[in-house]
Every structure is written in C-alpha cells, then in structure tokens.
Design a protein around this ligand. Structure first.
Ligand SMILES: Nc1nc(=O)c2c([nH]1)NC[C@@H]1CN(c3ccc(C(=O)N[C@@H](CCC(=O)O)C(=O)O)cc3)C=[N+]21
Length: 293
C-alpha cells in the first residue's frame, strides 16, 4: 500500500490566497491586520522562520513587524516591549518566538501578552477557553493539523486518535481539538509504556516529539492517517552546508503502511504559518467588532 500524500504546502497556499482576499476587503474598510513577531537571540533556524512569517504576512497584505532583540536582553526590557505592543492599536497579533534564551522566563512573558492578541494561543486564558469549549485563539500548529485532517477524513467522530507529545504549544491543544471533534484521544509521551503498540491503535496518529524518524512502519496501523509535526535538521552530509530536514516519522517506511501522510518539509510547517496569519486576521476582526463570514 502506498499512502496518499497530504500536501500541506498547497493547502497553506490556498488558505493564504483566501486570507489575502479577506484582508483586501478589510483594508477597504480601513483595517490592516498587524502582526508583531518578537525574536530574542540569534538562533539561525528561528531567524529563517521569522523571515518566512514576515514575507507571507506581507504577501497576504498584512503588516508584519519583527522585533529582534539580543540574547542578553533583560526580562524587564522584554516585558516592557510586550506592554508597548499590547497598547498599540495597529498591532493585532503578538508572537514571541520560543524557546527563549536561557535566563528569560517564557511563562512570565506569555502571561504578559494581552490574551486578545495572543495569536499563538499560549496564554492560560486561551488555553483554558479551548479546554472549556469556548471560542479562543487556538495554537497555529494544531489548527493546521486539524484543517488537514478534516479535509482528508471529513467527520472525525469516533476515531481513535493518538498524539505523541504533550507540549503546551502542540500536544495538549491538539488533544483538545481532537476531543472537540469527538475523537477518542490518547496523549502518549516519553514515559508511555509500549509506545509502538499505543501508536498502532491509532486511526489518526499525530507525531510531535522532536525525535528524527522515531516512528517506523511497524508503529502504524495499516490505512491510518499520519500527521508529522516534527521539524528536525539532521547533521549535514560531508561537503554539504545544511543537513536534511526530517520529521518524527520515518516517511519512506511509513508511506507504505499509512493511508495518508504529511511530508516534511511541505506538510505541517507551511500550515502553521498560514494559521498564524488566520489568527492575526481573527484577532484584528474581533478587536474591531467585525464578524468573519
Ligand atoms: N511561539 C512560537 N510559535 C511557533 O509557532 C513557533 C515557535 N515559537 N518557535 C519555533 C517553531 C517552529 N515553527 C515553524 C513554522 C514553520 C515551519 C515551516 O514552514 N517549515 C517548512 C520548511 C522550512 C525550512 O526549509 O527550514 C516546511 O516544513 O515545509 C517550520 C517551523 C514555528 N514555531
């Protein structure tokens, strides 16, 4: 069996095209959605993502401003920037790129963000609303995964979904969204007993552990839908300057067993950025009392 490829890159491009139309309509009414991305330190991978977010926001007709701060930035200075962005009416979305350099308290920074501008959906108000079934700003990566699952499977009711990974940014909100879609949800992690057997019970398998190619073919139920959230850079081959980007799933092996699978790159990553733009439009509309169609 050879799996259907879930083309996140194409899906994201279509979503961004729809957003560009919506943004053009909003701009005609004098509202230009604005996103501020805060990047502390010089992590090269983070710099690539932040540039990509800026470019795609601009292509969708939105304003995106990156704030680049040195790794030695003091906690109070970072909090002061967040407070300035909270008070700035042209900024509708604030994203602080994680992880922060050592010495900075990410929890305190997230708490300082106005929940209405928290386009990462990390503030406890948004996380709590999601868990309570109240409309919330939902973390971008899980939203992108849900869009691809709904597109592929339609109704998810009754499906056995296994999420491997329990981070606040991905595993936990993913589990909440799957639960809200009436799946039977298992959240597995590094201490789970017999992880391969747990994964093999999944009709929907979402891998978000950050271990390159950990999930092999024999961990996958034949015909399952596999969403690979991992973005792992392998060490470069001799002579190459950049290592290969791989997921948490051994794609070449898994595609012979799964019913459908997302590739890395070109799967969840591009959807994350498109959903970030969607959240920014959502925040801008809510701030201005505009209901989206
Ligand atoms: N507060 C916060 N929110 C985030 O959402 C967040 C973060 N911090 N810190 C870093 C991670 C990483 N992340 C990615 C987004 C898009 C791609 C992406 O588009 N990847 C391309 C390939 C990019 C490449 O070639 O390097 C793809 O998968 O096709 C990757 C990674 C968001 N993150």
């Amino acid at each position: 069996m050879t799996a259907t490829l879930i083309d996140g890159k194409a899906f994201a491009a279509a979503l961004r095209a729809r957003l560009a139309e919506e943004v053009a309509g909003l701009a005609g009414r004098g509202l230009v959605p604005g996103l501020s991305v805060v990047l502390v330190g010089e992590d090269p991978a983070s710099q690539v993502y932040v540039r990509s977010k800026e470019r795609m926001a601009a292509e969708a007709g939105m304003v995106s401003i990156a704030h680049r701060l040195p790794a030695e930035t003091a906690q109070d200075d970072l909090l002061a920037l967040i407070r300035t962005l909270n008070a700035e009416p042209t900024v509708h979305g604030i994203l602080v790129q994680l992880p922060l350099p050592a010495g900075l308290d990410a929890q305190a920074v997230v708490l300082a963000i106005d929940p209405a501008k928290d386009v990462d959906g990390l503030h406890p108000i948004n996380a709590g609303n999601l868990a309570s079934g109240v409309p919330a700003l939902v973390p971008c990566t899980p939203s992108g995964c849900m869009m691809m699952l709904r597109d592929r499977l339609g109704d998810l009711s009754g499906a056995n979904a296994v999420v491997v990974g329990r981070s606040n940014l991905m595993g936990k909100p993913m589990a909440q969204l799957l639960l809200a879609a009436n799946c039977t949800v298992t959240v597995a992690h590094s201490r789970t007993r017999d992880l391969p057997a747990v994964c093999r019970s999944a009709d929907i398998l979402v891998a978000a552990v950050g271990r390159p190619r950990m999930i092999g073919a024999d961990w996958i139920k034949p015909g399952a839908t596999v969403i690979d959230v991992g973005i792992n850079r392998l060490p470069p081959e001799p002579g190459a300057d950049k290592g290969k980007l791989v997921g948490d799933v051994d794609f070449e092996a898994a595609k012979e067993v799964a019913g459908a699978i997302t590739p890395v790159p070109g799967g969840v990553g591009p959807m994350t950025i498109a959903c970030l733009l969607d959240n920014t439009v959502e925040a801008a509309c809510r701030a201005n009392g505009i209901s989206r169609g």
